[in-house]
Write a protein that binds this ligand. Structure first.
Ligand code: AMP
Length: 453
């Protein structure tokens, strides 16, 4: 199937071919025909599946290029996503000289357009708060010609609390065709959507997702710290383009510092960056000037960074759903990719939970400068290392011994004293256990002797 089979205008078919889009992706095959028919729908689709063009192509096809009025709106949860969609849409202006698209988010400088001095755009792309402010509060454009609205990354829009603003925008539109794209399809998302979308709304099933081409690997880093393990791993793996994720900004900072100190050129990306630094980082990322990006989970959602070969999680996010977003930064559009997760004996629960969810990991351990394939995963190792539970009374006495050996401040020899106190309790219980066992043996032999009498 090619784009020609959608019966798009010759101009759009030619534009797609010139932009290098020959065959539609699964999500495009599923969505474009319905979108062209005017169907309102919710589709599950990850970034990397081609979803942006699944909505841009029908939107552009349906825009009346001779009418200088807003005709469609795309609402994105973050400035970065909005900009990315804007850039994809802007590419089409080369082929449609009358096509006007504009970005409205807190990052874009809209001063010359806000007053309505320039020709209104036909396609508006932006973040919810900014769009509500401009379109509803300031009412900078006539909205009567808006026939289509796209909610991109709708689960994120909902999680970030934007549905109130979106509902207000919808309240000012006349029942537009609504296309919703979301990485996950939770019931509460459907419930919330049904409050304001058209009654003929269709829920697509999840068969429009692209098959995953990501391989998942667990690396037992043992007692080596995360930063040191990462340095060793990067030297072994030499990734083409890696995104390194950590769950807190502090850890991202620490890792970035350690990499820089060890001669690695990195791009740093977290939510704590100010606008200019974020934009600069995104430009650097897109211009392929560097092979290592160190990021917090803000980068795990939605952004299209081509050719990421490796995703490395030095730890797992608290909300494991973000692991899937992290891993989804690679293996995009049919390319293969690798997602590596560090763990040690103290952090087995996350990997085990992911395995239970169905993520298929293979196993490695890091030994010196070698990445060694392993046969045992975290759950098997946990079983093997699980300490034998001590009897309750013994645990209680050990606790008391510890408390008694504690002194104010840290005295010299404090640790030794504590160990001696604990050992004394353990010896006492070992003696008791031996005595009991001897008694039992004696009992048995006495009984046996009695029996013989
Ligand atoms: P998205 O899922 O929208 O973030 O798109 C992921 C990447 O796939 C982008 O870099 C698009 O340029 C690219 N892409 C989208 N549709 C196609 C297609 N039909 N053929 C090849 N590449 C595509």
């Amino acid at each position: 199937m090619s784009f020609k089979s959608f019966n798009l205008s010759q101009q759009l078919t030619n534009a797609l071919a010139k932009l290098g889009y020959i065959d539609p992706s699964p999500v495009q095959k599923a969505i474009i025909p319905k979108a062209l028919r005017g169907v309102s729908l919710l589709a599950q689709s990850e970034t990397g599946s081609g979803k942006t063009h699944a909505f841009l192509i029908p939107l552009i096809e349906k825009i009346d290029m001779n009418l200088n009025r807003p005709q469609a709106i795309v609402i994105s949860p973050t400035r970065e996503l909005a900009r990315q969609t804007y850039e994809f849409a802007f590419e089409f202006t080369r082929f449609f000289p009358k096509f006007k698209v504009r970005l409205y988010s807190s990052e874009s400088d809209v001063s010359d357009n806000v007053e309505g001095k320039s020709v209104p755009p036909q396609l508006i792309i932006g973040t919810p708060g900014r769009l509500k402010d401009l379109l509803i509060t300031k009412h900078i454009f006539f909205l009567g010609n808006i026939k289509r609205v796209v909610l991109d990354e709708a689960d994120m829009l909902l999680d970030m609390g934007f549905f109130g603003d979106i509902e207000d925008i919808f309240a000012n539109l006349e029942d537009p065709q609504t296309m919703v794209f979301s990485a996950t399809l939770k019931q509460n998302l459907k419930d919330e959507l049904l409050k304001f979308v058209r009654s003929d709304f269709q829920f697509e099933n999840d068969n429009v997702q692209t098959a995953s081409t990501v391989k998942h690997h667990l690396i037992d880093i043992k007692h080596i710290g995360e930063s040191a393990a990462l340095l060793a791993f990067l030297k072994i793996r030499k990734p083409y383009l890696a995104i390194i994720f950590a769950s807190t900004v502090e850890k991202v900072n620490q890792i970035n510092k350690s990499l820089k100190e060890n001669g690695f050129d990195t791009i740093y990306f977290t939510g704590s960056l100010d606008d200019r630094s974020r934009k600069k980082a995104l430009r650097q990322i897109k211009s392929n000037t560097c092979s290592i990006i160190v990021a917090s989970d803000i980068l795990s959602r939605g952004l299209d960074i081509p050719d990421v070969s490796d995703v490395i999680s030095v730890d797992l996010p608290n909300d494991l759903e973000f692991y899937h977003h992290r891993a989804g930064r690679t293996g995009r559009f049919g390319k293969s990719g690798d997602s590596w997760v560090f763990f040690n004996a103290d952090s087995v629960s996350g990997p085990i939970a992911l395995q239970k969810e169905g993520v298929k990991f293979d196993y490695f351990s890091l030994k010196g400068n070698e990445l060694k394939p392993e046969t045992l995963g975290p759950s098997e190792k946990r079983k093997m290392t699980k300490k034998k539970e001590l009897p309750e009374a013994e645990m209680k006495d050990i606790k008391i011994a510890k408390a008694l050996s504690r002194t104010k401040g840290v005295e010299p020899g404090y640790k030794k004293k504590k160990k001696e106190a604990i050992d004394k309790v353990k010896r006492k219980y070992r003696r008791m256990a031996i005595r009991n066992s001897v008694r039992k043996q004696l009992d048995i032999s006495f009984r046996n002797n009695d029996d013989e009498d």
